[in-house]
Design a protein. Structure first.
Lengths: 455, 338, 221
């Protein structure tokens, strides 16, 4: 099943990191910008104040009259770095003395320079004003000096600072972005390695994860492990359950069957004997079905995680034939095994054994008394071929294709005990091994089952 | 002859609109009547004509109306009367700065020589296209037998030791009448105290005070003056009687005046003014070897002794009413020793 | 044959005992492992039939300990577990064969014979009656040093007679013992096999005589 995907931790982490980084970068930009603006403004103010004070300092009261000897530097200092237009105004109380009469005046002056931004002659300016008290003929008077300059340099500095702080902010963001990428990467790494460790496992590997993980992942790994344990428990419990159930069912069936066989001995009347025989057959049928259902489940499970063992086919065939000998003997069926070549394949021994056994079981079941089953193992077309021929009823041509399907039984097999799963199991096992099963009828009668395994 | 007639007619026609005093005027007629570039300048026609003519070679269609006025009249025309001149050329750096500072000049950033030296441009409004040092102009005849003073101190010594010889034969600007004289005086005073000592020494010798450099040169040439102080070397060099005097750039320091141009905000044809400005600047910059920037005496002077007057609001200080009054008083006290 | 049946289900044990005794076998039944150990210590058996799930332990433990002990008695495991892995494990632990419940007694007998034959190897295990010498495991009949190879059904039939000479066997009884329950065979088939045996025994002093209305018996003339 495809997981229900919603978002990505890495992306979310990255997003959050970048978001916060961007916020910090913007904050950094704003702070640097405003601090720098303030500093620039302050340095401009300081120069303006110095200029105004130098003018005030040049003022003398001579014979009760104010005389002002403007120092050259008072205005030239305003222009020392960048070309600035400079303005000044000198007032004694409210009487205009010199400079630019219409320069805006700042109200509520004190001895400490006061600053104000304004506009004059169509340009933005910054004004510094200060005043000092002098005693003149008319008595105590305030000499007020205002110095102003245009903002070319200030604006230049601010835009330089702006570019710089933008660069700082952007640079910070860039560096942080790389760091964020690395952080996101390294944060996700343990998750990745856990994922890899878990997905590398086979489906039956339910061991708990023991590789070291970061603290934050311990709850996940703990629940994963507990899930594994529960799964294992539930699996083994269900295995135990099936085994237990089989045991519980098989034992009473065994009792009934045995008693039925005893009864069969005692009953003389043919119709009664027939009834008992049918009873026994029914018991055998359900027993066999149960067995094959379990086998089928086992096959499905094992083919998911196919073992890769080396199987010596000739030896395996001999072993199977040996084990089936009593059965064939019972039916006076002779099995001849012909293995001219020692062939090895790679696969799951239990499954391959199961497949061959199923085929031979069928052959024995459907064989007539005093006939022969021949098994041939040969290498052909780069494949290991097992060809099982019997002298039974053979397959109905029309049904041949369907026989490999689940619970399909041949029309001519109604008299024989079977579940209809045998060939399906064989087909599944062959498929899992990259092999194939093909069914046909012999020219001289009887069925031919052909199993081919890749070498 | 034709140009003269036209200029005279124009003078009469437009003269009625002028409240400021026009010293001279010439119209350099282009192919068509239009466009007209109106220049107001402190420089004589003869001095500036070569520049105008070389511009006209590139723009034969342009008519140039060249008006000569004193620096204060240039100020008057633009500052007070807001006459629609397209270009103001003046040697009065302080007044040019005042015009620009007070918003009477256009900003102009597209000048071709972007690498104009910093000293040659202020606020993208005032552009310097000459460097003109001021020096001593010494009469060869009257100084016969005397060592030519090389600096102010030597001049002071020479004057002190020969008061009889130089009585009434020393000339300098009357800074009350000459803007250039005032500019040189204030810059000299700023540069060194020697200025005041020299002024005091001159004051004891009943100095002659002049409004204009040309008069001073003329008086040196005809022997009225033995020495003229703070005469623009560039002017003196152009005198036809150059053999009669020696130009000395003082070795202690020589104040260098910059002749500047600006485009008044009243200009009706700023694009044309811009192209003329660019042309003039390209003639004089970036190489300072241009004739306008480099006079003979300037070339010979020791670079370290040259003190360029810097363009900037510092120049406004000397235009301050109190400052000016104070300076004038001090100057008068020194020079007029009744 | 003498069997030890180790099976905790009383009903099944009784049924199996009854069923096997029908064929003339002697069965001891042990309910649990400890009883089984007691039996094996005191008696000897031809075959042990072992259940895996027992009240006092796992049958597999019995298998392991039995294999390590002196006794060579073969064991066929009767298990209710049908998983492949279980079956393989059982053989690995030393069982001679296994069968999944419910068991077919014809198959059990066939497997017993196969196990015993495998165990015997080349050793002869002959029975004599009159002048015939009979090896059930090898499937040979020897009359006056003349050895005849018998076919399965003939062998089985002769074995029944030799094991109980003089006993009269009904045709139906022989039918039950010779054919698996699901093979449709008539009493004529018995007559055919008896006829074949008589032919083989022609030169000996042993003969199968017909007891009219009752069946057949083996006699020494």
């Amino acid at each position: 099943m495809r997981p229900n995907v919603k978002g990505s931790i890495r992306q979310r982490l990255l997003f959050m990191l970048l978001l916060s980084t961007a916020a910090i970068a913007i904050l950094l930009y704003v702070v640097v910008q405003s601090v720098a603006e303030q500093i620039t403004q302050e340095s401009q103010d300081n120069i303006l104040a110095a200029s105004a004070i130098s003018i005030l300092d040049s003022a003398r009261v001579i014979d009760g009259e104010i005389s002002i000897d403007l120092p050259y530097s008072s205005l030239s200092m305003l222009d020392s770095v960048t070309d600035e237009r400079a303005f000044y105004a000198i007032h004694l109380n409210d009487e205009f003395l010199s400079g630019y009469a219409d320069l805006p005046r700042i109200k509520n002056l004190s001895d400490i320079p006061t600053f104000q931004s304004s506009a004059y002659l169509g340009e933005d300016i910054r004004i510094a004003s200060t005043r000092r008290s002098y005693s003149t003929l008319e008595g105590q008077a305030f000499l007020e000096v205002s110095v102003a300059q245009t903002l070319t340099g200030l604006n230049q500095s601010i835009s330089r600072v702006s570019r710089l702080s933008l660069a700082i902010g952007f640079g910070f963001f860039l560096v942080s972005m790389i760091v964020a990428l690395l952080i996101a990467q390294s944060t996700i790494r343990p998750l990745h390695s856990l994922t890899e460790a878990v997905s590398r496992r086979g489906p039956s590997d339910l061991r708990p994860v023991t590789a070291p993980v970061p603290t934050e992942m311990t709850p996940l790994v703990a629940s994963l492990n507990s899930l594994m344990i529960r799964l294992q428990n539930s699996l083994s419990r269900s295995e135990d359950f099936i085994a237990e159930a089989a045991h519980r069912v098989r034992t009473p069936m065994a009792i009934v069957r045995t008693q039925a066989e005893v009864t069969l001995r005692r009953v003389e009347k043919e119709e009664n004997r027939q009834t008992v025989r049918e009873m026994i057959r029914a018991i055998d049928e359900s027993s066999r079905t149960a067995g094959q259902l379990l086998d089928y489940a086992m096959v499905s499970f094992r083919t998911d995680d196919l073992a890769k063992e080396i199987i010596q086919l000739d030896a395996l065939l001999a072993e199977i034939v040996d084990r089936l000998a009593p059965l064939s003997e019972l039916r006076d069926v002779t099995i001849t095994l012909n293995t001219p070549e020692k062939l090895k394949i790679v696969g799951d021994q239990i499954l391959v054994q199961n497949a061959i056994q199923n085929v031979l079981d069928n052959a024995i079941k459907y064989s007539d008394v005093d006939t022969e089953i021949s098994i041939l193992l040969i290498c052909k077309n780069d494949k290991a071929n097992i060809i099982v021929k019997d002298r039974g009823y053979g397959f109905d041509n029309a049904e041949m294709r369907d026989l490999l399907k689940r619970f399909k039984r041949g029309q001519n097999a109604q008299q024989v005990i079977g579940s209809g799963l045998g060939l399906t199991i064989v087909d599944d096992i062959m498929g899992a091994h990259g092999g194939a099963i093909s069914l046909s009828n012999n020219q001289e009668g009887g069925a031919c089952v052909h199993l081919s395994f890749p070498l | 002859m034709r140009a003269f007639i036209i200029s005279t007619i124009m003078l009469i026609i437009s003269g009625s609109a002028h409240a400021f005093d026009v010293e001279d005027r010439k119209v350099f007629k282009g192919h068509d009547g239009e466009p007209v570039l109106r220049i107001i300048s402190t420089a004589d026609i003869s001095y500036f004509a070569p520049m105008i003519n070389s511009f006209r070679a590139t723009r034969p269609d342009v008519t140039i109306d060249y008006t000569v006025a004193s620096s204060t009249q240039v100020m008057q025309a633009i500052y007070e009367e807001k006459q629609p001149f397209d270009l103001a050329i003046s040697s009065a750096m302080d007044l040019q700065i005042k015009l620009a500072n007070d918003g009477y000049a256009r900003k102009h950033t597209s000048y071709s020589a972007q690498d104009l030296p910093n000293w040659a441009v202020w606020n993208d409004m005032v552009f310097a296209f000459t460097q003109e040092p001021a020096g001593f102009v010494i009469s060869n005849k009257l100084f016969e037998g005397y060592a030519i003073p090389k600096n102010r101190q030597e001049l002071i010594n020479t004057l002190r030791q020969n008061p009889k010889k130089f009585e009434g034969r020393v000339g300098t600007y009357d800074i009350r009448k000459s803007g250039a004289g005032y500019l040189f005086a204030t810059q000299d005073a700023r540069a060194s105290d020697t200025y005041w000592r020299l002024t005091e020494v001159m004051g004891t010798l009943d100095p002659r005070l002049y409004c204009c450099a040309s008069d001073m040169i003329a008086d040196v040439v005809d022997g009225t003056l033995a020495i003229a102080y703070n005469v623009l070397a560039s002017y003196a060099e152009q005198s036809p009687y150059i053999d009669a005097f020696t130009i000395v750039l003082p070795s202690d320091f020589s104040t260098v005046m910059l002749r500047t141009m600006l485009i008044p905000s009243t200009s009706k044809n700023p694009e044309l003014a811009t192209s003329f400005l660019n042309f003039a600047l390209s003639q004089t910059h970036p190489t300072e070897t241009s004739t306008m920037l480099q006079t003979k005496s300037l070339r010979q002077a020791k670079q370290s002794t040259l003190t360029r007057i810097s363009l900037g609001p510092g120049l406004l200080v000397y235009l301050d009413y109190f400052k000016k009054k104070h300076f004038m008083e001090e100057w008068e006290n020194a020079i007029l020793q009744e | 044959m003498r069997f030890l049946l180790i099976e905790d289900n009383e009903l099944l044990a009784n049924a199996v005992t009854e069923r096997l005794s029908l064929d003339g076998h002697i069965i001891d039944h042990a309910n649990d492992l400890s009883t089984a150990w007691d039996y094996t210590a005191t008696s000897s058996y031809d075959m042990i039939l072992l259940d895996i799930m027992l009240p006092d332990g796992d049958g597999r433990k019995f298998l392991e300990q039995h294999r390590m002990g002196k006794s060579r008695t073969p064991i066929i495991v009767l298990t209710a577990r049908s998983e492949v892995s279980d079956r393989v494990g059982i053989l690995d632990l030393g069982a001679d064969d296994y069968m999944i419940k419910p068991i077919d007694f014809s198959e059990l007998e066939a497997r017993c014979r196969a196990v015993l034959r495998r165990r015997a190897g080349a050793a002869r295990n002959t029975m004599s009656f009159g002048d015939i010498e009979f090896d059930a495991l090898a499937g040979t009949l020897k009359i006056n040093d003349n050895e005849i190879k018998l076919r399965t059904k003939e062998l089985r039939l002769l074995e029944i007679f030799v094991n109980a000479p003089q006993q009269i066997f009904a045709k139906s009884h022989l039918l039950n013992r010779l054919f698996p329950f699901d093979v449709e065979a008539s009493e004529n088939a018995i007559e055919v096999y008896v006829g074949r045996l008589r032919k083989h025994l022609g030169d000996s002093n042993v003969s199968i005589t017909t007891v009219r209305g009752l069946g057949y018996k083996l006699e020494c003339v």
